[in-house]
Design a protein around this ligand. Structure first.
Ligand code: ADP
Length: 258
């Protein structure tokens, strides 16, 4: 199948005796948007790093679009909390560099044209030649999203990409991500600790406790979703309360946006 399949994945960090992931099972259907939440330290980022091919599991299987994950690949676009741009390269060069790295046969000229198109799509048409240090945090994260999308990936893996941003930028980028997802039909795994973000964006929410996924919730609200009305609806409040109770079970109050 397309999408993401995670089957009984176990993982232990080098030098550790206890496993960080102890039998994770999770499926994300092709084109589905899945929000992954859970208390700090439960292993969400670790799972994403395994899917990105940055770590190898002790056992179990990870598949993206039907292919086993054996290392990093351009079929998966990854966005972390920190945009991790080369500070000496312009926005355009950062994206063009990633395109050329993913496809060595692409000419410099074509890579720059594709990079420009991708940056325009995320609203950075006036910042093509800006260096990362000349961009705001929100703009840098837009470059990271443009870079992830420009390589033509089928799967997007996002690890708290908006958590360092102020609410205005966060809301704007959530909307941008949703419109890109609707337009480009990507499969998305989105790690967050912000329940409202998880509810607003996701088709489903998977809740992780240390080492494994313990609950999966369907988010039935129709799209397009209006933040202002959705987040105060009784159905949303009841889902939020249910999720909060899982966080409190682990002694952690989840972040709820103002
Ligand atoms: P989450 O994303 O849910 O906050 P992480 O996946 O970052 O959790 O971390 C899960 C656990 O693995 C934590 O206990 C963390 O301290 C540990 N951990 C993360 N990275 C490493 C590492 N490089 N070496 C050893 N332990 C790590």
């Amino acid at each position: 199948m397309g999408g993401i399949e995670i089957k009984d994945v176990r993982f232990t960090y080098p030098g550790q005796t206890a496993p960080t992931l102890c039998g994770v099972d999770l499926t994300v259907q092709e084109g589905e948007f899945l929000s992954l939440i859970g208390p700090s330290g439960c292993g969400k980022s670790t799972l994403l790093r395994l899917l990105a091919g940055l770590e190898r599991p002790d056992s179990g299987a990870l598949l993206c679009s039907g292919a086993p994950v054996t290392g990093p690949g351009s079929d998966r676009g990854v966005v972390f909390q920190s945009p991790a741009l080369f500070p000496w390269m312009t926005a355009l060069d950062n994206v063009a560099f990633a395109i050329r790295k993913a496809s060595r046969t692409t000419s410099k000229r074509d890579a720059r044209a594709a990079a420009e198109q991708s940056l325009v799509r995320v609203g950075l048409q006036d910042q093509l030649t800006a260096l990362p240090g000349q961009l705001s945090g929100g703009q840098q994260q837009r470059v990271a999203i443009a870079r992830a999308l420009a390589t033509g990936c089928k799967t997007l893996l996002l690890d708290e990409p908006f958590s360092a941003l102020d609410p205005k930028n966060r809301f704007a980028l959530q909307e941008l991500l949703l419109s890109l997802w609707e337009e480009k039909h990507k499969t998305v795994l989105f790690v967050t600790h912000d329940m409202d973000e998880a509810i607003l964006l996701g088709d489903r929410i998977a809740f992780m406790e240390p080492g494994k996924i313990i609950k999966r919730h369907k988010v039935d609200f129709p799209r397009p979703r209006q933040r202002e009305t959705l987040l105060i609806s009784p159905q949303c409040c009841s889902l939020r309360t249910e999720l909060l109770s899982l966080f409190y079970k682990w002694g952690e109050a989840a972040e709820v946006n103002p």
